[in-house]
Design a protein. Structure first.
Length: 109
């Protein structure tokens, strides 16, 4: 039992030492080779993605967007861009049959 406890303590120390070493090493590499413009760009895209997600949620999710696009297409069935957007929304839902129909309609127009 004592041997198991000693080996577990040694394992924990070894794990903590590895974590600290990897963290320090990673920070050192980041500090000396950091591309701050790339990091800023990544953060900006993350913010844009978050804002887009909020807008999608405000519209009722993908289903809400589909309903709005379908309403617009009822008023103007010759709107090729509307059919293209509808096809993309159906693809996001995984409905390939409806997506193909919408894409074909957009291509036709």
């Amino acid at each position: 039992m004592l041997l198991i406890a000693i080996s577990m303590i040694a394992y924990i120390r070894f794990s903590i030492l590895n974590i600290v070493t990897i963290t320090v090493f990673s920070f050192g590499i980041y500090h000396f080779t950091a591309n701050t413009s790339a990091i800023s760009e990544w953060l900006l895209h993350g913010k844009k993605h978050y804002e887009l997600q909020l807008q999608v949620n405000r519209l009722g999710g993908i289903e809400g967007i589909i309903q709005r696009v379908k309403q617009k297409l009822e008023k103007d069935p010759t709107d090729a861009q509307g059919w293209l957007i509808l096809g993309k929304m159906y693809l996001m839902q995984g409905d390939e049959k409806k997506a193909k129909f919408a894409f074909d309609k957009a291509k036709e127009l």
